[in-house]
Design a protein around this ligand. Structure first.
Ligand SMILES: Nc1ncnc2c1ncn2[C@@H]1O[C@H](COP(=O)(O)OP(=O)(O)OP(=O)(O)O)[C@@H](O)[C@H]1O
Ligand SMILES: [Mg+2]
Length: 210
């Protein structure tokens, strides 16, 4: 099978002036179409750093990151995202602007339906709850029809119903469209069969699907 992304002995960290800080060492990872990978590890272990490393947002300090997908085919839902709650913009307009106005009204409706927020279409983005905002971010990441979707803690601060909803969206696009998913997650019990990456001491341990 032809892989989409491969990390070979990759080391990642951050640079600040002359100082280099290495967080992850010798990471080997292959992302295939249709794969579902859950990344676990304690706070500060480097889950976000690994996702950022794949995106090129953390510094590659050794090894290789080979991407056979374009930037557009790689979608990312960050762990932290600050909406300007006072922004007088509707959900509909937020999504349209985020897509560069490339989305048709029909597509917009079906995306909103997918995340269960069709009834919020005309509401102000700032009036959404935390879990609803998280679903909008997932929606925004899906609009660009990615081949690989990276999600950083999408289940954090989200109620059980929203968690189930997000999981079913991810499972659906993973199975039907073969979108490769890498998700960092802390304590959520996924029902889907997945490959697990455990990060400890700056290194990864990989547990294949059952
Ligand atoms: N921009 C940055 N500059 C310098 N160090 C950073 C930066 N971002 C993260 N770190 C450091 O990298 C290490 C790993 O952080 P990271 O955010 O990847 O962990 P995490 O596993 O995602 O944690 P959490 O579960 O809290 O989200 C931490 O020691 C953190 O202080
Ligand atoms: Mg993190």
């Amino acid at each position: 099978m032809s892989y989409l992304i491969q990390l070979r002995d990759a080391g990642f960290g951050y640079k600040s002036g002359m100082l280099k800080k290495q967080i992850l060492y010798q990471i080997n990872l292959t992302v295939n179409p249709g794969s579902f990978t859950v990344m676990e590890g304690s706070n500060g272990s480097g889950k976000s750093t690994l996702l950022k490393g794949i995106l090129g947002l953390a510094t590659l300090q050794s090894g290789v990151v080979e991407k056979r997908v374009s930037r557009r085919e790689l979608s990312y839902v960050p762990q932290e995202f600050h909406f300007d709650m006072t922004l007088p913009i509707s959900v509909k307009d937020f999504i349209c602007y985020s897509s560069g106005n490339r989305i048709s009204p029909k597509e917009l409706d079906s995306f909103l339906q997918l995340v269960g927020l069709e009834h919020k279409k005309h509401e102000k983005i700032g009036s959404l709850s935390g879990g609803q905002r998280r679903r909008i971010l997932v929606l925004r990441a899906l609009i660009q029809s990615p081949k690989v979707l990276l999600l950083d803690e999408p289940m954090a601060n989200v109620d059980t119903d929203s968690q189930k909803h997000i999981e079913s969206i991810l499972t659906d696009i993973n199975l039907r469209q073969q979108v490769a998913i890498i998700v960092s997650s802390h304590g959520y019990r996924w029902s889907v069969d997945y490959e697990k990456i455990l990060i400890t001491g700056g290194r990864t341990q990989i547990f294949p699907k059952h």
